[in-house]
Design a protein around this ligand. Structure first.
Ligand SMILES: [Zn+2]
Length: 292
Protein backbone atom coordinates (compact mmCIF):
# COMPACT_ATOMS: atom_id res chain seq x y z
CA UNK A 1 0.00 0.00 0.00
CA UNK A 2 1.43 3.34 -0.98
CA UNK A 3 1.34 6.19 1.46
CA UNK A 4 2.58 8.67 -1.08
CA UNK A 5 -0.59 10.77 -1.14
CA UNK A 6 -0.90 10.89 2.59
CA UNK A 7 0.31 13.79 4.69
CA UNK A 8 2.72 13.47 7.58
CA UNK A 9 0.55 13.43 10.69
CA UNK A 10 1.60 15.45 13.72
CA UNK A 11 0.21 15.01 17.22
CA UNK A 12 0.43 17.67 19.91
CA UNK A 13 0.44 15.88 23.25
CA UNK A 14 0.48 17.35 26.73
CA UNK A 15 1.83 15.59 29.83
CA UNK A 16 -0.29 17.24 32.51
CA UNK A 17 1.53 16.64 35.77
CA UNK A 18 2.72 18.61 38.84
CA UNK A 19 5.04 21.62 38.45
CA UNK A 20 8.73 20.79 38.08
CA UNK A 21 8.17 17.31 39.41
CA UNK A 22 10.82 14.78 40.19
CA UNK A 23 11.05 11.18 41.29
CA UNK A 24 12.31 10.91 44.84
CA UNK A 25 14.41 8.32 46.57
CA UNK A 26 12.34 6.20 48.92
CA UNK A 27 8.87 6.96 47.55
CA UNK A 28 6.80 5.81 44.59
CA UNK A 29 5.08 9.09 43.77
CA UNK A 30 6.54 12.36 42.54
CA UNK A 31 7.14 15.71 44.27
CA UNK A 32 7.54 19.23 42.96
CA UNK A 33 10.81 21.05 43.45
CA UNK A 34 12.00 21.92 46.04
CA UNK A 35 11.43 18.32 47.06
CA UNK A 36 12.43 19.05 50.68
CA UNK A 37 9.00 20.67 51.02
CA UNK A 38 7.36 17.30 50.39
CA UNK A 39 4.63 18.82 48.23
CA UNK A 40 3.17 18.77 44.76
CA UNK A 41 2.13 22.09 43.27
CA UNK A 42 -0.02 22.69 40.22
CA UNK A 43 0.01 26.49 40.02
CA UNK A 44 2.24 26.70 36.95
CA UNK A 45 0.53 23.66 35.41
CA UNK A 46 -2.83 25.36 35.81
CA UNK A 47 -1.70 28.61 34.21
CA UNK A 48 0.12 26.82 31.40
CA UNK A 49 -2.70 24.40 30.68
CA UNK A 50 -5.34 27.12 30.61
CA UNK A 51 -3.38 29.16 28.12
CA UNK A 52 -2.24 26.23 25.95
CA UNK A 53 -5.86 25.12 25.60
CA UNK A 54 -6.85 28.67 24.56
CA UNK A 55 -3.97 28.65 22.13
CA UNK A 56 -5.03 25.30 20.65
CA UNK A 57 -8.54 26.68 20.19
CA UNK A 58 -7.15 29.73 18.47
CA UNK A 59 -5.19 27.59 16.02
CA UNK A 60 -8.06 25.10 15.75
CA UNK A 61 -5.89 22.18 16.88
CA UNK A 62 -7.14 18.95 18.48
CA UNK A 63 -4.56 17.57 20.89
CA UNK A 64 -4.00 14.56 23.14
CA UNK A 65 -4.02 15.33 26.85
CA UNK A 66 -2.19 12.83 29.05
CA UNK A 67 -3.54 13.63 32.51
CA UNK A 68 -1.93 12.46 35.70
CA UNK A 69 -5.14 11.55 37.59
CA UNK A 70 -4.17 13.29 40.83
CA UNK A 71 -3.30 16.50 38.96
CA UNK A 72 -6.67 16.38 37.19
CA UNK A 73 -8.39 16.09 40.57
CA UNK A 74 -6.37 18.98 42.00
CA UNK A 75 -7.11 21.22 39.01
CA UNK A 76 -10.81 20.52 39.37
CA UNK A 77 -10.66 21.20 43.11
CA UNK A 78 -9.06 24.49 42.07
CA UNK A 79 -12.26 25.23 40.09
CA UNK A 80 -10.92 24.52 36.64
CA UNK A 81 -13.55 23.13 34.28
CA UNK A 82 -11.40 20.33 32.86
CA UNK A 83 -14.18 18.40 31.09
CA UNK A 84 -15.37 21.58 29.37
CA UNK A 85 -11.88 22.75 28.48
CA UNK A 86 -10.81 19.31 27.24
CA UNK A 87 -13.88 18.66 25.13
CA UNK A 88 -12.35 18.79 21.67
CA UNK A 89 -9.21 16.93 22.73
CA UNK A 90 -8.38 13.31 23.43
CA UNK A 91 -8.14 12.54 27.15
CA UNK A 92 -5.47 9.97 27.95
CA UNK A 93 -3.72 8.74 31.10
CA UNK A 94 -0.39 9.74 32.61
CA UNK A 95 -0.55 7.50 35.71
CA UNK A 96 -2.08 8.12 39.13
CA UNK A 97 0.59 10.07 41.04
CA UNK A 98 3.41 10.03 38.53
CA UNK A 99 4.77 6.78 39.92
CA UNK A 100 8.37 5.75 39.44
CA UNK A 101 7.15 2.30 38.36
CA UNK A 102 10.61 0.91 37.63
CA UNK A 103 12.14 2.35 40.78
CA UNK A 104 15.02 3.99 38.92
CA UNK A 105 15.18 6.91 41.34
CA UNK A 106 13.03 5.71 44.21
CA UNK A 107 15.15 2.60 44.56
CA UNK A 108 11.87 0.70 45.04
CA UNK A 109 10.57 -0.92 41.83
CA UNK A 110 6.81 -1.39 42.13
CA UNK A 111 5.39 -4.91 42.07
CA UNK A 112 2.71 -5.93 39.59
CA UNK A 113 -0.12 -5.59 42.06
CA UNK A 114 0.80 -2.01 43.03
CA UNK A 115 1.24 -1.02 39.38
CA UNK A 116 -2.12 -2.57 38.56
CA UNK A 117 -3.80 -0.70 41.42
CA UNK A 118 -2.29 2.63 40.38
CA UNK A 119 -3.15 2.22 36.69
CA UNK A 120 -6.69 0.97 37.35
CA UNK A 121 -7.39 3.75 39.83
CA UNK A 122 -6.00 6.42 37.49
CA UNK A 123 -8.08 5.19 34.57
CA UNK A 124 -11.21 5.06 36.76
CA UNK A 125 -10.67 8.60 38.05
CA UNK A 126 -10.22 10.00 34.54
CA UNK A 127 -13.22 8.11 33.15
CA UNK A 128 -15.28 9.46 36.03
CA UNK A 129 -14.19 13.04 35.50
CA UNK A 130 -14.37 13.09 31.72
CA UNK A 131 -17.15 10.53 31.15
CA UNK A 132 -15.44 8.80 28.27
CA UNK A 133 -13.19 5.87 27.48
CA UNK A 134 -9.50 6.37 28.11
CA UNK A 135 -7.50 4.65 25.39
CA UNK A 136 -3.96 6.01 25.59
CA UNK A 137 -1.25 5.86 28.24
CA UNK A 138 2.06 7.62 28.69
CA UNK A 139 4.21 6.46 31.59
CA UNK A 140 5.88 8.90 33.98
CA UNK A 141 9.48 9.50 32.84
CA UNK A 142 8.39 7.56 29.71
CA UNK A 143 9.60 4.38 31.39
CA UNK A 144 7.73 1.14 30.83
CA UNK A 145 8.45 -2.54 31.30
CA UNK A 146 6.80 -5.87 30.62
CA UNK A 147 4.57 -5.72 33.73
CA UNK A 148 3.24 -2.25 32.92
CA UNK A 149 2.50 -3.15 29.32
CA UNK A 150 0.67 -6.31 30.38
CA UNK A 151 -1.42 -4.31 32.85
CA UNK A 152 -2.24 -1.68 30.24
CA UNK A 153 -3.51 -4.42 27.95
CA UNK A 154 -5.56 -6.04 30.71
CA UNK A 155 -7.01 -2.71 31.82
CA UNK A 156 -8.30 -2.04 28.33
CA UNK A 157 -5.88 0.56 27.02
CA UNK A 158 -5.59 0.65 23.25
CA UNK A 159 -2.15 2.12 22.99
CA UNK A 160 0.93 3.28 24.85
CA UNK A 161 2.94 6.37 23.96
CA UNK A 162 6.02 6.13 26.17
CA UNK A 163 8.71 4.67 23.94
CA UNK A 164 11.17 6.76 21.96
CA UNK A 165 12.21 5.75 18.46
CA UNK A 166 15.20 7.24 16.65
CA UNK A 167 14.09 8.83 13.40
CA UNK A 168 16.56 7.30 10.97
CA UNK A 169 16.07 6.91 7.25
CA UNK A 170 13.99 3.80 7.91
CA UNK A 171 11.62 5.61 10.26
CA UNK A 172 8.01 5.26 9.16
CA UNK A 173 6.30 6.75 12.21
CA UNK A 174 3.49 4.20 12.30
CA UNK A 175 2.10 2.31 15.30
CA UNK A 176 3.80 -0.99 16.17
CA UNK A 177 3.05 -3.79 18.65
CA UNK A 178 5.23 -3.87 21.76
CA UNK A 179 6.76 -7.23 20.88
CA UNK A 180 9.88 -6.52 22.92
CA UNK A 181 7.56 -6.74 25.94
CA UNK A 182 5.78 -9.84 24.55
CA UNK A 183 2.70 -7.78 23.93
CA UNK A 184 0.40 -6.82 21.09
CA UNK A 185 -0.41 -3.48 22.67
CA UNK A 186 0.21 -0.80 20.06
CA UNK A 187 2.84 1.87 20.57
CA UNK A 188 2.68 5.43 19.25
CA UNK A 189 6.28 6.29 19.97
CA UNK A 190 7.91 9.66 20.50
CA UNK A 191 10.58 10.44 17.91
CA UNK A 192 14.17 11.38 18.63
CA UNK A 193 16.32 12.99 15.95
CA UNK A 194 19.40 15.11 15.26
CA UNK A 195 19.67 18.86 14.86
CA UNK A 196 21.71 20.56 12.13
CA UNK A 197 24.85 20.20 14.27
CA UNK A 198 24.32 16.49 14.74
CA UNK A 199 23.20 16.73 18.36
CA UNK A 200 20.50 14.33 19.38
CA UNK A 201 17.19 15.76 20.60
CA UNK A 202 13.66 14.70 21.48
CA UNK A 203 10.28 16.09 20.50
CA UNK A 204 9.62 17.36 24.03
CA UNK A 205 9.53 21.13 23.82
CA UNK A 206 11.06 21.66 27.27
CA UNK A 207 14.51 22.23 25.79
CA UNK A 208 13.24 25.44 24.16
CA UNK A 209 11.95 26.78 27.46
CA UNK A 210 15.25 25.93 29.12
CA UNK A 211 17.02 27.91 26.42
CA UNK A 212 18.76 24.85 24.99
CA UNK A 213 16.90 24.67 21.69
CA UNK A 214 15.33 26.99 19.14
CA UNK A 215 11.98 26.45 17.48
CA UNK A 216 13.66 25.95 14.09
CA UNK A 217 15.25 22.71 15.36
CA UNK A 218 11.77 21.22 15.78
CA UNK A 219 10.41 22.60 12.52
CA UNK A 220 13.39 21.11 10.65
CA UNK A 221 12.66 17.73 12.25
CA UNK A 222 9.05 17.82 11.03
CA UNK A 223 10.19 18.74 7.53
CA UNK A 224 12.62 15.83 7.56
CA UNK A 225 9.90 13.49 8.88
CA UNK A 226 7.59 14.66 6.09
CA UNK A 227 10.23 13.83 3.50
CA UNK A 228 10.72 10.25 4.72
CA UNK A 229 7.47 9.11 6.29
CA UNK A 230 4.21 10.17 4.68
CA UNK A 231 1.37 8.61 6.63
CA UNK A 232 3.52 8.40 9.77
CA UNK A 233 2.90 10.18 13.06
CA UNK A 234 5.30 12.70 14.61
CA UNK A 235 4.40 13.19 18.27
CA UNK A 236 5.26 16.44 20.06
CA UNK A 237 5.05 16.68 23.81
CA UNK A 238 4.73 19.59 26.20
CA UNK A 239 4.52 20.01 29.98
CA UNK A 240 2.14 22.92 30.60
CA UNK A 241 4.01 24.02 33.75
CA UNK A 242 7.22 24.45 31.80
CA UNK A 243 6.03 27.70 30.24
CA UNK A 244 6.26 29.30 33.70
CA UNK A 245 8.90 27.48 35.75
CA UNK A 246 12.12 25.67 34.92
CA UNK A 247 12.96 22.04 35.74
CA UNK A 248 14.12 23.11 39.20
CA UNK A 249 10.87 24.94 39.92
CA UNK A 250 12.38 28.44 39.58
CA UNK A 251 9.86 30.82 38.02
CA UNK A 252 10.86 32.25 34.64
CA UNK A 253 10.88 36.04 34.54
CA UNK A 254 8.26 37.88 32.53
CA UNK A 255 10.42 38.21 29.41
CA UNK A 256 11.26 34.53 29.41
CA UNK A 257 7.60 33.55 29.84
CA UNK A 258 6.73 35.82 26.93
CA UNK A 259 9.48 34.21 24.86
CA UNK A 260 8.26 30.72 25.74
CA UNK A 261 4.76 31.52 24.49
CA UNK A 262 6.12 33.10 21.34
CA UNK A 263 8.15 29.97 20.62
CA UNK A 264 5.23 27.67 21.25
CA UNK A 265 2.88 29.77 19.13
CA UNK A 266 5.45 29.95 16.37
CA UNK A 267 5.70 26.17 16.23
CA UNK A 268 1.93 25.69 16.27
CA UNK A 269 1.35 28.30 13.57
CA UNK A 270 4.11 26.82 11.38
CA UNK A 271 2.70 23.31 11.76
CA UNK A 272 -0.75 24.59 10.88
CA UNK A 273 0.48 26.20 7.69
CA UNK A 274 2.78 23.42 6.50
CA UNK A 275 1.87 21.70 3.27
CA UNK A 276 1.30 17.95 3.48
CA UNK A 277 1.23 18.03 7.25
CA UNK A 278 -1.92 17.34 9.21
CA UNK A 279 -2.35 17.75 12.95
CA UNK A 280 -4.32 14.93 14.52
CA UNK A 281 -5.25 13.46 17.93
CA UNK A 282 -3.37 10.26 18.72
CA UNK A 283 -6.59 8.23 19.14
CA UNK A 284 -7.92 9.43 15.79
CA UNK A 285 -4.64 8.60 14.10
CA UNK A 286 -4.78 5.10 15.52
CA UNK A 287 -8.43 4.59 14.49
CA UNK A 288 -7.59 5.72 11.01
CA UNK A 289 -4.56 3.42 10.84
CA UNK A 290 -6.55 0.43 12.11
CA UNK A 291 -9.16 0.96 9.43
CA UNK A 292 -6.68 0.93 6.58
ZN1 LIG B 1 5.17 13.37 33.48
Amino acid sequence: MTKIDEPLYVAISLDIDPDANSAVEGRHDTLSFPIEHGKVSIEACRKGLQRILECLDFYDIDATLFYEARTAQMLIADRMDLPGLSERHEVACHSLKHEDFLGKVSGMPMDEKSIDNAVTEAKGILEDIFKRDIKGFRAPYTRINRAIVKILEQTGFQYDSSETIAMGKEWKGGPFPLEMFDSNLLELALPSFYDAKGRRMSSYLWAIFEGRRVSGDYIDAVLWARSIAKGGLFVFSIHPWHLYVDCQGNPFNREQVQKNWENLEYILSQLKQMQEVQIIRQDNYLDQWLQL
